[in-house]
Structures are given as C-alpha cells and as structure tokens.
Design a protein. Structure first.
Ligand SMILES: C[S@@+](CC[C@H](N)C(=O)[O-])C[C@H]1O[C@@H](n2cnc3c(N)ncnc32)[C@H](O)[C@@H]1O
Ligand code: SF4
Length: 450
C-alpha cells in the first residue's frame, strides 16, 4: 500500500528546483545589455562566486545529461580557454573594480581536459581581475580517467582545494551498458594522486537507476566507493530524456530498472551510505560529519544552486563559459549555450548573455521558501514571509495544494510550519512545486520525481 502511494508520486514530473523560477522560464529580455547594467551595479561589499563551465569531454557517456560535447583533440579546448580568459576580462571591465571572490567552481563537461598552460592562463586572468584574498573554496569536477600525478600537482599549484570525481557505478556490466568503462583501480589511482598532492576534500558522484544495476551491484558500488573514503558523495537518479539528449538512445531501455526498482536501488544505496557513517544532506548528498556540507546543514546554512546542494553562500554567482548560469542580486542570467555564438559575442566585446529572469518580490519570496524546503525539509512560512515583508496569507494557494501529501503521510503541517516526514522526504520537490506559480504554465518536460 505504502509502495503504491510512493509510486504514484515518484512518477510525477517536477523540476529539480536548482533555481526558482526554473530555467525553462528564463526569457530573452535579460540580454548582454541588461547583464552589463547588473554587473556595473554590483555592491562594493558583494561576495562573488565564479562558476566556469568547460563543455568538452574525451567521449560522451551514454547516460550523460550535461551540456558537453566530444573533443578528440586539444585544439578546441585550448581555443575555448582563450575565450574564457577574454570573457573574464570583459566581465571584470564591466564591474569596474576587483570584486571579492569567495568561491570558484569548475564544472562541465570535463574541466580536467584543459591543458595545463590553458588552465594557468584562465587562472592568471582570474587572479589579475578579481580579489582572491578571501577565497574559501576552489573546487573542480574531474573525470577520474583524466587524473594524473601531474594534473593533481597543477591543480594544487592553482589553489584547488576540493575535487569532485564522476564515479557513477563500479560494476563492469553496468559500466559497459552506460558507455563508461572505468575500473575501480582507475578511481583508486586518481584518489591517490589527488591526496598525495594535498587535495583531501574529495566528492564522488554515484548514480542509481542505470541499466543493469541490481541490489547487489549497487551495494557493492557503495562499498567500494566508501573504501576510498571520500568526504562527500552525491547519489543522482539517472534522468533518461532521450528526446532531449539523443546519445541516451544508446542506453538499452529494456535494461533500465522500472520505477519500483529505482526506488529500491536508491534505498539500498542510501542505507549503505548511512551504515558507512555518511549523513544524508538534502535529496541526494551524503557527507562525513566533519565535511563543510554536513556542517552547513546543521547550521541551517545549506544552499542550493545550479550545481545542486552547495555550501557556497556568496551573494552573487558569475557564470563564465558557454551555457553558464549566473545569479545576480537582480536576477538570473544565462550565457549563450552555443559555443560559437558565445565566442563571437566575447570577441565582439559583448557580454554573451542570451536569456535570464529578472526577479520580482514574489519570485524572491518563493525562491527563499523553496530553497529552505529543499535544503532543510521543513520551513516556517511565517518566518519566510516576515523576511520578505508580506503576510503568510500570500502563500495560501500553495498551502492548499499540500492536502494530498499530508493525507498520504508525506508532510506535516503544524501551524505555519510545514515539514516533510521521513517517508515524504524523497518527494520534497512535489511540495516545493505547490508554491511554484510558473509550473502550471510550464510546457517543458522534467525528469521523474525520484
Ligand atoms: C559534469 S559530470 C562530473 C564530472 C565529469 N564529467 C565526470 O563525469 O567524471 C556531473 C555529474 O552529473 C551526473 N549525471 C550526468 N548525467 C546524468 C543524468 N542523465 N542523470 C543524472 N545524473 C547525471 C553524473 O553523476 C556526473 O558525474
Ligand atoms: S558524465 Fe562527465 S565525462 Fe561523461 S559525458 Fe557527461 S560530462 Fe562528460
């Protein structure tokens, strides 16, 4: 009975709420000119976080949902880094002074594909144009297959303090089915190089819902992953969207677990991670108690941005590179996802922003509420409304939509407080969606709720 109820929710389509409003509601009114005004108005004391996107990989994994493409040679990656350095100069010119950077995050794609000289060039531009004296974290995503002792040393030389490795699954059959053959020894060696160079804050990405995964295989994947003692893990549910990501057609749909099996796989992995001493953080993260993410959760300071759960509490996020999304005090801004278009704008001396969303007071209120609910699984509506100077009645429409979740024992309302129950936690996106005024109008398709 309980499983049937869960299944009913698990098959619903809802956004992942890495932002509110979500990216499908961005529009072309936010262009390079608007973005330039926003950057120029950046308050002098604003803390800034930089996200640098590198949309290249050596080959494309069958399951990949990221914005990336295959680069068999280094030339396009080297050229990309040149444009990235030029974009950094353009953004810094527009701000008009050295803004204070607290976080740097390299994502992709595979940022570790940048040859050392290109990586150094981008870092030199950042150092010349931003103030890094208050830098708290410098993190990069890495494909373990690209990690060498030299790369690890060069990352440390550039000040990288945290690395996130794409592990996904250790089972040999699953690896073949997902087009990513990466034996345990490869990940073990990558971890060894990083630790020897001095990078000890290590994240692993694992996935459930992959073709040919079984209860035994995922339990073994978690066992092997925890053997390597990362400080933090992410456990992502495979989002199968072959109509959108054509290469996912290489995944044999007959070998994909069904919705019930998916829930069971997630459960097993979650339990195994808990048994290994990792604390659950939000929907899909797990952290050792001494990791910054576990500490942020305990302090009620966990955040959510386009990378998912994060400890990054900077006021402003500047996205650099094709497709990158930034968050300014005035709203969201997204760069041209087309690498050629992005480059042409930067070469013409124009900011490569093509869309975004200016935020109004109601957007900010709902964004705050949804972020707290997604991070803490509970939120006091009166408190959130007070922070935004409105009465709790403003959210009455959303609250009215929570009846079904409450009846099914997935959520509890206590006065102005709403809290997901333990059973209800996996469905927190559905509770968040009740407060999303854009959703009803949404034509965009989203991934499954779990
Ligand atoms: C940019 S990649 C990580 C770095 C590097 N490219 C790698 O794969 O090693 C970000 C993570 O997103 C997750 N991911 C990719 N495609 C996904 C999909 N279709 N559904 C869910 N998670 C996905 C994977 O766990 C992957 O490690
Ligand atoms: S999962 Fe990582 S390595 Fe594989 S294609 Fe996607 S971004 Fe590239």
């Amino acid at each position: 009975m309980k499983n049937n109820v869960h299944l009913r929710y698990a098959t619903r389509s809802v956004p992942r709420y890495t932002s509110y409003p979500t990216a499908p509601h961005f529009n072309a009114e936010v262009n390079g000119t608007v973005y330039a005004e926003w950057l120029a108005a950046l308050p002098a004391d604003a803390s800034v976080s930089l996200y640098l996107h590198v949309p290249y990989c050596r080959s494309i994994c069958h399951y990949c949902g990221c914005h990336t493409k295959a680069a068999l040679r280094d030339d396009p990656v080297i050229e990309y880094a040149e444009t990235l350095a030029a974009e950094i100069n353009l953004v810094a010119d527009t701000i008009g002074r050295k803004a204070k950077v607290t976080h740097i995050h390299w994502g992709g794609g595979t940022p570790s594909l940048l040859p050392e000289a290109s990586f150094d060039k981008v870092m030199a531009a950042i150092r010349a144009r931003f103030d890094l004296t208050g830098l708290i974290e410098h993190a990069t995503e890495l494909d373990p297959r690209t990690v060498t002792a030299d790369l690890a040393r060069s990352l440390v030389g550039a000040g990288v303090t945290r690395a996130s490795l794409g592990v996904q699954d250790f089972d040999a059959d699953v690896q073949v089915a997902i087009g990513r053959v990466q034996p345990f020894e490869v990940v073990e060696a990558a971890v060894g190089f990083l630790r020897a160079a001095g990078i000890t804050a290590l994240n692993f990405d694992l996935m459930y819902g992959l073709p040919r995964q079984s209860a035994e295989s995922i339990r073994e994947t978690v066992r092997l992953a925890t053997l390597l003692a990362p400080t933090r893990l992410a456990l992502f549910g495979y989002a199968h969207v072959p109509w959108f990501k054509k290469h996912q057609r290489l995944i044999d749909e007959a070998a994909l677990p069904g919705a019930t099996e998916r829930m069971a796989l997630e459960d097993i992995a979650r339990q195994a991670l808990a048994d290994a001493g990792f604390l659950p953080v939000g929907l899909d993260h797990f952290a050792r108690a001494d990791d910054a993410m576990a500490k942020a959760l305990a302090a009620g300071e966990l955040k959510r941005n386009f990378q998912g759960y994060t400890t990054d509490d900077a006021d402003t996020l500047i996205g650099l590179g094709a497709s990158s999304i930034g968050r300014m005090p005035q709203g969201f801004v997204q760069n041209n996802p087309d690498i050629g278009g992005w480059r042409r704008s930067v070469e013409a001396g124009e900011l490569p922003a093509v869309k975004g969303k200016a935020l109004d007071a109601d957007d900010r209120l709902r964004a705050d509420l949804i972020e707290r609910l997604m991070c803490d699984y509970r939120v006091d509506l009166r408190e959130v409304c007070a922070r935004h100077g409105v009465s709790a009645a403003t959210l009455a429409d959303g609250v009215a939509q929570l009846d079904e979740l409450e009846r099914d024992g997935l959520l509890i309302r206590d006065g102005d407080s709403i809290a997901m129950t333990t059973d209800g936690r996996p469905f927190v996106r559905i509770a968040a969606a009740a407060f999303d005024v854009y959703l009803a109008r949404a034509a965009a398709r989203h991934s499954l709720a779990v």
